[in-house]
Design a protein around this ligand. Structure first.
Ligand SMILES: [Zn+2]
Length: 130
C-alpha cells in the first residue's frame, strides 16, 4: 500500500493523500480533501468510524459503523467536477464511478455540502445530480 497511488485517483501516493486523514494523523484542510478521504473510506472498506466521525452528527443519526465499514460497492475512480468554499461552508460536486455486478461502470454524481465545526470539516448532506 505504501507506494500505491491513492484510491481517490488524485494521482498522489496514498501515503501523501488520504491515508493521513483516514489514520487521523491530520485533518482535512479543505472540503475537497475530506470528500476524497471519504471516497477512499468507502472504496477501501474498514473505515466506518472515520465516516461517522466526519459526518455532521445530526445527518449521521441511525448510521452504523459496521455497516459503513463494509465495502458495498466496487468504487473505481473519482472526478471532482467543481468545488467552492465560503468561510465554514463548502460545496463539492463530484462524479464517483463504480462497477456493478455485471462489470459495467456506473456513475454516482453528487453535489455535497460540507461544514466546518471547531476546525474540522464535516459532511452535511448530498444531492444527487444528473
Ligand atoms: Zn486520496
Amino acid at each position: 500500500m505504501k507506494t500505491q497511488n491513492c484510491v481517490c485517483t488524485s494521482g498522489k501516493l496514498f501515503t501523501q493523500c488520504c491515508q493521513p486523514l483516514l489514520e487521523r494523523t491530520t485533518l482535512a484542510k479543505t472540503p475537497q480533501q475530506l470528500m476524497r478521504s471519504r471516497f477512499s473510506a468507502f472504496a477501501l472498506g474498514g473505515y466506518g468510524s472515520y465516516l461517522i466521525d466526519t459526518w455532521l452528527p445530526s445527518s449521521a443519526a441511525g448510521l452504523d459503523v459496521a455497516e459503513l465499514s463494509q465495502r458495498s460497492l466496487n468504487w473505481r475512480r473519482l472526478e471532482i467536477v467543481s468545488k467552492s468554499q465560503k468561510g465554514d461552508q463548502g460545496i463539492v460536486e463530484f462524479k464517483a464511478f463504480f462497477l456493478d455486478q455485471q462489470g459495467d461502470e456506473r456513475l454516482h454524481h453528487e453535489i455535497s455540502l460540507f461544514r466546518r465545526h471547531s476546525g474540522q470539516w464535516l459532511y452535511v448532506s448530498g444531492d444527487i445530480a444528473n
